[in-house]
Ligand binder design. Structure first.
Ligand code: GUN
Length: 300
């Protein structure tokens, strides 16, 4: 039986980071500007610590300044808001990311609202979400941007294709749908209350799975030849008793039916940080009134 093309997000992200590093070096030389990314981590969640460390390392590898701010779980909302206010005022900081989730006693929406719109490299601020909805040039959330890059790399123009987005989060599902609409796809957002998820998927040329349910999307949910982007990262215990990372798509059955598919790990995951660096570069240029460079991944 035919098997799908495996979309190598790890390689694409490495080439994108290399291209970003070239642009950062140019900015330093031509404008004495070093993009700066501040990452705020509250508490000691292990997965968050790993993400934050990787963000810092990759920002520095791209030639950017990386500022880490670690705050204890016991930090008050007022203290965290004061930290964000300081970063908003700091001219060396062009991008601010507050790692989610936050402890329960802190209102995450209020924290996101406090980040300066121009420095909101996560694209989570309601003003940036609004700009995306009306087609303006704001900051767009990193994971959906990464998914779109992989899709365009695989398919070229997306106009007229049917896309189904599984999941309606503010971080992935909703901005993903808005981006696909901007590319002239016919977009359906499906979610936990959708009556027949499998049938919605079967109609789609593009399936984006972002629901957080391990291996939910099966091969027989897919239209033959569909392009499948798996945003899920789920840790499961496999039948052999070992821990394993799997996506929201049942890879082994989907790979038999899809035309192209992202693996987990090594698909969408590495694209998220690469796109965060891209947003930081964009934010730095805009804040200094410098034209935003067109960044194309380095050659394969
Ligand atoms: N936690 C998991 N993913 C993300 C992300 O993309 N941004 C932020 N701020 N927190 C996260």
């Amino acid at each position: 039986m035919a098997t799908a093309t495996i979309i190598d997000g790890k390689d694409f992200a490495a080439r994108l980071r290399a291209a970003i590093a070239v642009q950062v070096a140019d900015l330093k030389k031509a404008h004495h500007l070093t993009p700066g990314l501040a990452v705020v981590l509250v508490g000691d969640d292990l997965a968050s610590q790993v993400y934050v460390r990787n963000k810092g390392i990759q920002a520095q590898e791209a030639g950017m300044n990386s500022f880490d701010h670690r705050l204890p779980t016991t930090v008050t909302a007022a203290e965290l808001l004061e930290k964000i206010n300081q970063l908003n005022q700091d001219p060396a900081v062009h991008g601010i990311l507050v790692q989610l989730p936050l402890p329960k006693h802190i209102d995450a929406d209020a924290v996101i609202d406090a980040i300066a719109v121009a420095k909101d490299v996560d694209g989570f601020h309601p003003y940036n979400a609004g700009l995306l909805a009306v087609g303006g040039a704001g900051m767009v959330p990193c994971t959906p941007v990464g998914c779109l890059m992989l899709l365009k790399h695989q398919l070229g123009k997306l106009a007229g294709l049917r896309a189904v987005v599984l999941g309606r989060s503010n971080i992935v599902g909703k901005p993903m749908a808005a981006l696909l609409l901007r590319e002239h796809c016919t977009v359906t957002i499906a979610h936990s209350r959708t009556h027949d998820l499998a049938e919605e998927c079967r109609r789609a040329d593009i399936v984006i799975a972002a629901v957080g349910k391990p291996q939910m999307v099966k091969g027989d949910w897919l239209k033959p030849g569909a392009t499948v982007i798996d945003v899920g990262i789920n840790r499961i215990t496999a039948p052999d008793g070992k821990n394993r990372l799997v996506g929201d798509v049942d890879f082994d059955s989907a790979v038999q039916v899809a035309g192209a598919i992202t693996p987990v790990p090594g698909g969408v995951g590495p694209m998220t940080i690469a796109c965060l660096l891209l947003n930081t570069l964009t934010a730095a240029c805009r804040q200094r009134g410098i034209p935003v460079p067109e960044v194309q991944p380095a050659a394969e």
